[in-house]
Ligand binder design. Structure first.
Ligand code: RIB
Ligand code: CA
Length: 311
């Protein structure tokens, strides 16, 4: 069983990832650490707690994390994820509360309790992870692997023409993580924008008529409408769930070791992630990146898990 901490900015596809983790016996979600991103960090904590309550998983600790990027001003994505961060879905105010530890403390505590046993699945801006690396450098040799939903290598950006949202929000944090020495796998838009849950797929949840299936429909429909209007994408891109799949369904992805980096300069390409495919500087690969995916196989696997969880 693969154990992991989910670092997240819930967010619609983040919420789907929380549910997907609960539906997957191959993994154990040890904790959820929240970061500013799709919505302000405080709202993200409420959303994480309410999704766990909806799924009957209140035993999983949730910790408050960084509420702004390392250097840049706060950016959120209300247009994509809605005012509350969960699209059209409205969940009851959670009865549970976050743990008292800060997200960075909880990451340090869990990783150092079982060195080499804990993975991190990072599906929001990387501010919490960068802070953990800076405050507790000893985690570099203790984290098993980081799976990062972020970046766009040969694909255009979704926040600017060049940059993907998670990296764009905090490129300085991304640079710290990419060069930290912690082994990581980047799951960029190159693959996640191929894994689309379609309107036909979503109709299968409409037929189930449970609180959980209703949540999935109302949350996903919001981002499907946004993507079709803004980027002519016909479906809900399963960005974050695919990053979790990289932890335990690697057979669905084509992953390559590469020299990976991010532009931290202010300007048109800020937040752009790139791979030095020809290795001009003759450097060793510092990470892996998924550049192709068995998209429909993943979507079918995801649907099977989520439909079973919803019933
Ligand atoms: O660019 C997609 C990423 O940004 C996803 O993690 C989504 O939730 C948003 O955070
Ligand atoms: Ca996210």
């Amino acid at each position: 069983m693969k154990r992991f901490i989910l670092d997240t900015d819930p967010g619609i596809d983040d919420a789907l990832t929380i549910l997907y983790a609960l539906a997957s016996p191959e993994v154990k979600m040890e904790a959820i650490t929240v970061v500013n991103g799709n919505c302000p960090m405080e709202q993200g904590v409420i959303n994480a707690l309410s999704v766990l309550e909806l799924a009957g998983a209140v035993h999983i600790p949730v910790a408050k994390g960084m509420d702004k990027p390392l250097l840049l001003p706060v950016v959120n994505a209300e247009v994509t994820h809605g005012k509350n961060g969960l699209g059209y879905a409205e969940l009851p105010v959670p009865r549970t509360s976050p743990v008292k530890e800060h997200a960075v403390e909880l990451i340090h505590e869990l990783v150092m309790q079982d060195p080499g046993q804990i993975n991190i699945v990072a599906i929001g801006p990387l501010t919490n992870i960068a802070m953990a690396v800076r405050l507790y450098p000893q985690i570099v040799g203790a984290v098993e692997h980081i799976y990062i939903m972020g970046g766009a290598i040969n694909h255009c950006g979704n926040m600017t023409p060049l940059a993907e949202f998670n990296i764009y929000c905090d490129p300085h944090a991304a640079s710290i993580v990419f060069h930290s020495g912690i082994p990581f796998t980047l799951v960029p838009l190159d693959v996640t924008y191929q894994t689309l849950m379609t309107a036909e797929d979503l109709r299968r949840f409409e037929a189930i008529k449970t609180p959980l299936s209703d949540f999935i429909v109302k949350a996903s429909r919001y981002v499907m409408e946004y993507l079709s209007e803004s980027q002519e994408i016909m479906g809900c891109a399963l960005n974050d769930p695919l990053a979790l799949a990289a932890l335990f369904k690697k057979d669905l992805l084509e992953i390559s070791p590469l020299v990976l980096d991010v532009d931290t300069n202010y300007g048109v390409s800020m937040g752009k992630t790139f791979a030095d495919f020809y290795n001009y500087e003759q450097k060793p690969a510092n990470g892996d990146a998924a550049l192709d995916v068995k998209a429909r196989d993943f979507v079918d696997h995801f649907l099977e898990r989520m439909i079973k969880l919803s019933q």
